[in-house]
Design a protein around this ligand. Structure first.
Ligand SMILES: Nc1ncnc2c1ncn2[C@@H]1O[C@H](COP(=O)(O)OP(=O)(O)OP(=O)(O)O)[C@@H](O)[C@H]1O
Length: 290
């Protein structure tokens, strides 16, 4: 088990994260917050690239900085921008990395074959990466993070730049991997974690606001999410009074999904909150990068 206890991180006087308490067991965890909330900072501490200003991070009870190399052997990391050589094929690139990691050549070859299959790149494994789509590159990124068969897989905004089909493919790969390891991915896109994460972690005001299953997080705003149809002329006033979550035109009217704590008015339907609603509710005062 990976535990974060009382961890704070300051950049000079600026507090990026405060008193973080988290525990991770095998499964997929989605770290969901707007840009700038501190996701990368948290992940970089978990991969030992940054040191907490205070507090401790332990793996099975042992401080990860004391474990040092032994801990890094358990880690797979996909940073926001991972460096690769455009003229390399995935196989060349992974062979190179496996040599850096000190893997034996034959074992590395076998592992790379397995990984290419896992991420669905068998046919492209000998093609130059400069021809690859964003999704294919991300899959190479996962493969490189999996080279050492990590017990902890950390992915920073891994779905950026993927098209819808690639997202589905990506989710399936992660669900498979999470059966026997901790998978932690950060994102500011709700739909990327909604269907795969066992638990969602939300950071607000530098602290952990939620770490819970999606249904429990959604329950926190039960009874304040509504839908109704209004005339377009009323839209401006309506938005002044109620926080609009989503809107679409339907049959000459505006169908609006919104938050209200005023009780149900005529023509309003209370609806079941989704994770997107919670996200918008929590970060409604912040500039949300979506
Ligand atoms: N090296 C640094 N020095 C000073 N401030 C920093 C440094 N790195 C990050 N910050 C600040 O700390 C806060 C959290 O940054 P962080 O990159 O962790 O956020 P994030 O949630 O990962 O956002 P993004 O997805 O945009 O990277 C931001 O306000 C950022 O400006």
């Amino acid at each position: 088990m990976l535990t974060i206890h009382q961890v704070s991180k300051y950049y000079g006087n600026f507090c990026a994260l405060r008193d973080i308490e988290l525990e991770f067991e095998n499964g997929v965890y989605g770290l969901l917050a707007p840009n700038g909330a501190g996701k990368t900072t948290l992940l970089r501490m978990l991969v030992t690239l940054l040191h907490p200003t205070s507090g401790e991070i332990r793996y099975d009870g042992v401080d990860i900085y004391e474990m040092d190399e032994q801990y890094r052997e358990l880690l797979g990391y996909l940073p926001q921008d991972f460096g690769y050589y455009r003229n390399n094929t995935p196989r060349q690139y992974l062979m190179y990395l496996s040599a850096l990691k000190g893997m034996e050549r034959k074992a590395a070859k076998e592992k790379i074959d397995q990984l290419m299959e896992l991420v669905g790149l068998q046919e492209a494994s000998d093609k130059k990466m400069k021809k690859f789509s964003g999704g294919m590159i991300q899959r190479v990124g996962i493969a490189q993070a999996m080279l050492n068969d990590p017990k902890i897989l950390i992915l920073d905004e891994p779905t950026a730049g993927l098209d819808p089909k690639e997202r589905v493919r990506f989710r399936n790969v992660l669900t498979d991997l999470a059966r026997d390891r901790i998978v932690l991915l950060s994102t500011h896109i709700v739909s990327d974690v909604e269907s795969i994460a066992n638990e969602i972690i939300m950071i607000k005001d530098r602290q952990v606001l939620y770490k819970d299953r999606i249904e429990n997080i959604c329950r926190t705003i039960d009874g304040i999410v509504y839908e109704t149809e209004i005339d377009f002329e009323r839209a401006h006033d309506f938005r002044q009074r109620h926080f609009s979550l989503s809107e679409k035109q339907e049959g000459g009217k505006l169908k609006i999904r919104f938050l209200s704590t005023e009780g149900t008015l005529e023509g309003w339907r209370a609806v079941k909150p989704g994770l997107e609603d919670v996200f918008l509710h929590i970060y409604q005062d912040e500039k949300v990068g979506r």
